[in-house]
Each structure stands twice: as structure tokens, then as C-alpha cells.
Design a protein around this ligand. Structure first.
Ligand SMILES: [Mg+2]
Length: 419
């Protein structure tokens, strides 16, 4: 949060209140700390460093495999290297025909060092841009991660080196509850169990009813829970709450004020996720930082949100938004506006690990990353326990993403085809 902006907003709010409006005066001008021209300049800059790869890394084949509800990508280079990576499982289950028909052909027989150009080609190929959204970008993210792994393993370097190198390895995390509809005392019990023994000092829980037009999941639950979580965990805890698009502007502000009164550190997705203007109204009205963007896939929309300070903390999802390169572009634009990035963590697969890798090389990362360990996918790692220890997760630093999917699990997977 920026004091200059907030003091401006406070005076704007007073004007709004004096005029008798609950919806206060909005900051009409874009945030003066960054211009559209500067954001365009950032988007025009290359993200990946591949200068340590002297010869082409040609993509020979990409196979989509399935084992139960898990999906894997098996990617081979013309040099004979084979890598296994993990797409977002539920999104791949929904959209694999788009992946196989519309996305994969763009990357076959290409030099993986051209990955950034290929992302644009994938968007333009056929009429792929008409499919823009999770259906397109989660599939692009899947193949992007496969090519990142291929590049990094070819160079025998950690994937962070493609992004300029790791700047931290131990990543502080927060735990998030996915409950709604339970009684406040039950949720406190759940949160206590969640953090027990982890050393975690930051928590997120859900408020409102999820895309519910102001209705709570249980009458009065939100108003009771906000003070109760603070009281139960004390001032030493960093607390976040996520409304998952529950509120219109007046209700979002009312709930946000309650969070402010209890020292919360951010307020996620207060309004429906594509109500950018309304979310900005809420962010302008509150002193509490507003976070958002987990569903956002348009870099142009990101520019608007950053230029106009539509949110205070940006939350690109590494899968839904098209992968590490595009999330890095969002982070770099946010950095130019003095904003931090706390990526959204889509569950399943190795989503928890993707966030840890991203945090390892992103300078303007927030203080805690969301962490949901995944015990279901059999994965081994020599350089990290992949667990939360004393509130932190150690980022693997072996070649590529630094993990190996159990060979027997890969062997038992079947190739997914369109037929
Ligand atoms: Mg959320």
C-alpha cells in the first residue's frame, strides 16, 4: 500500500462522504507512478535468458498421459532428452481436446529457445484467441512448463536460471482454508488443525458466499469470523480473507472495514473477478490492500489494473494465466508500480511447487506464498523435502524443476488421444 495514494484516497473519501455518497469519489486519474507507455515497454522486453544454450533444443514430441485423475506431459527433444511435467489436472480434464488440437501443434518441431515467440504463435494459431480464457491458457501453461523443463534440463540448470536466477530458496508460506458454510467455531477448530506443527504464521480463510451477490454462506458467519480468527490466533499472525467474488461495492467496503479494524493484511477478490472498475472502487475506499487477478488471462487487462491501481496486490495464476513467462510479465509490470505479487495457487498436480519456484526468482514477491502440499502425486526430490518446515518451503534447486515423478507412475499412465 502506498501512503501517498492512500492519503489522496482518504481525502477523496471525505469529499465523497461530504457529498452524501456511500460510494466515494474514485481516483479518476491513473496511478501516477506508472504509465501505459512504461507498461508497454516492459511487455516488449524479453523475459527468458537462454544465452547459456548454444544450440537448438528441438521439440521432437509432446505426449499427454493420464494416470487416474492425474495428467502428465512427456516431452522429448531431438537430442533424445525426455522430461515429464505436470499440467493442472482438473483444467486438463476439461480442455484436453483444445490442448491436443489447437495448442500442441504450434510447439512441435520448434526450437524451445523460441518459447516466448511461440506463446504468441499459440495465441494466434487458427482462431485460438477466440478461446482465450482458462481453456486456452491453462493448456499453453502446460506446454510452456514442459519446454522450460526441457531447456533447463538440457542446460543442467535450475529453471530459475531461465528467469535470471534464484534470489531466495526458503519461501515463507501461508495456509488457506477452503471451507464455507461451517459455523465460525468449527472454522477456528479447522484452522488450528491446519497450522498445527507447521510453524506457519499466516492464514487465509473464506468470507461471503462465493459469487453470491452479497449472500453469506451462513447468515452472520463472516461478521463473526473476522474478529474471531484475530482473537484466536493473536496479533502475531498475518491474516488474509478471500470473498471469491461475493460482493457488490457497498457490501465489499462494509466487510473490508471490519477486516481493517482487525488488522488484516489483504482482502482477496472482494467483487466479481471481472468487475475491474468496482474492485478499484473498493481498493480506493479501503486502507486495507485489495488483492486479485487469479482468473485474469489478459495482459491488457493486467495493464489496466496496474496502471489504474485496480488492486493493490496482483495474483496471477501460473496455470490459468498461461504460465511462468506471462506471470513474470505481470510481476514486472507490477514492480514498476511499486506493487507486490502473490500468485494464486491452483490446486492439484504440482501447483504448490510452481508457486515456490516462481517466488524463488521474482524480486517483488509478497511475504507469504499459498501452500497446499500434495501427497497424491508420487514425486521425489533430492534438494527439498517439499514440505512446510518452520513455516517455509525450500525451493528445489536441481536441474529443471528439480523433482522426479515416480517412474512406475509414469509407466502406468496411458497416452491421451482425440479418438
Ligand atoms: Mg482466491
Amino acid at each position: 500500500m502506498h501512503p501517498t495514494r492512500r492519503s489522496f484516497i482518504r481525502s477523496a473519501a471525505l469529499v465523497g462522504l461530504a457529498a452524501g455518497g456511500l460510494t466515494r469519489s474514485r481516483a479518476a486519474a491513473p496511478d501516477p507512478r506508472v504509465t501505459k507507455a512504461e507498461l508497454d515497454r516492459i511487455l516488449g522486453q524479453p523475459v527468458l535468458r537462454t544465452d547459456f544454450l548454444n544450440s537448438p533444443v528441438r521439440v521432437e514430441s509432446v505426449d499427454l498421459l493420464r494416470n487416474g485423475k492425474h495428467y502428465l506431459l512427456r516431452t522429448r527433444s531431438a537430442d533424445g532428452l525426455e522430461v515429464i511435467t505436470v499440467p493442472n489436472p482438473s483444467r486438463m480434464a476439461e480442455s484436453f481436446p483444445v490442448f491436443l488440437k489447437n495448442i500442441r501443434p504450434v510447439f512441435l518441431r520448434q526450437d524451445a529457445r523460441r518459447l516466448e515467440d511461440l506463446l504468441w504463435d499459440a495465441y494466434r494459431h487458427g482462431s485460438n484467441y477466440k478461446l482465450q480464457g482458462i481453456a486456452l491458457w491453462s493448456g499453453v501453461a502446460a506446454i510452456e512448463m514442459a519446454l522450460l523443463e526441457l531447456l533447463a534440463r538440457t542446460a543442467r540448470r535450475p529453471v530459475a536460471d531461465l528467469f535470471g536466477g534464484a534470489i531466495r530458496r526458503d519461501i515463507p508460506v501461508y495456509y488457506a482454508s477452503s471451507n464455507r458454510g461451517n459455523r465460525p467455531e468449527e472454522e477456528i477448530e479447522h484452522l488450528r488443525k491446519l497450522v498445527a506443527g507447521s510453524g506457519v504464521k499466516a492464514l487465509k480463510f473464506r468470507v461471503g458466499g462465493r459469487m453470491s451477490r452479497n449472500a453469506d454462506s451462513l447468515p452472520g458467519r463472516t461478521e463473526a469470523l473476522i474478529p474471531l480468527v484475530r482473537k484466536s490466533f493473536g496479533d502475531g499472525f498475518t491474516l488474509y480473507a478471500d470473498s471469491n467474488s461475493s460482493y457488490d461495492v457497498p457490501e465489499a467496503i462494509r466487510i473490508g472495514r471490519l477486516m481493517e479494524a482487525h488488522g488484516y493484511a489483504f482482502y482477496e477478490e472482494p467483487c466479481p473477478f471481472d468487475w475491474h472498475w468496482e474492485t478499484k472502487e473498493v481498493a480506493d475506499a479501503l486502507n486495507l490492500p485489495v488483492a486479485g487477478g487469479e482468473q485474469e488471462f489478459s495482459l491488457r487487462n493486467w495493464q489496466w489494473m496496474i496502471e489504474h491501481r485496480g488492486v493493490d496486490i496482483v495474483q496471477p495464476d501460473l496455470h490459468y494465466g498461461g504460465g511462468y513467462v506471462r506471470a513474470t510479465q505481470v510481476a514486472r509490470m507490477a514492480a514498476a508500480a511499486g506493487m507486490t505479487v502473490v500468485p494464486h495457487m491452483s490446486g492439484g498436480g504440482l501447483g504448490y511447487l510452481d508457486v515456490v519456484h516462481f517466488a524463488s526468482f521474482t524480486p517483488n514477491i509478497g511475504p507469504f506464498m499459498e501452500f497446499k502440499g500434495n501427497a497424491e502425486l508420487p514425486v521425489a526430490c533430492e534438494t527439498s523435502s517439499l514440505r512446510c518446515e518452520e513455516g517455509r518451503v525450500r525451493c528445489p534447486n536441481g536441474p529443471g524443476f528439480g523433482v522426479e515423478i515416480e517412474p512406475a507412475f509414469v509407466k502406468a499412465a496411458r497416452v491421451v488421444t482425440l479418438a
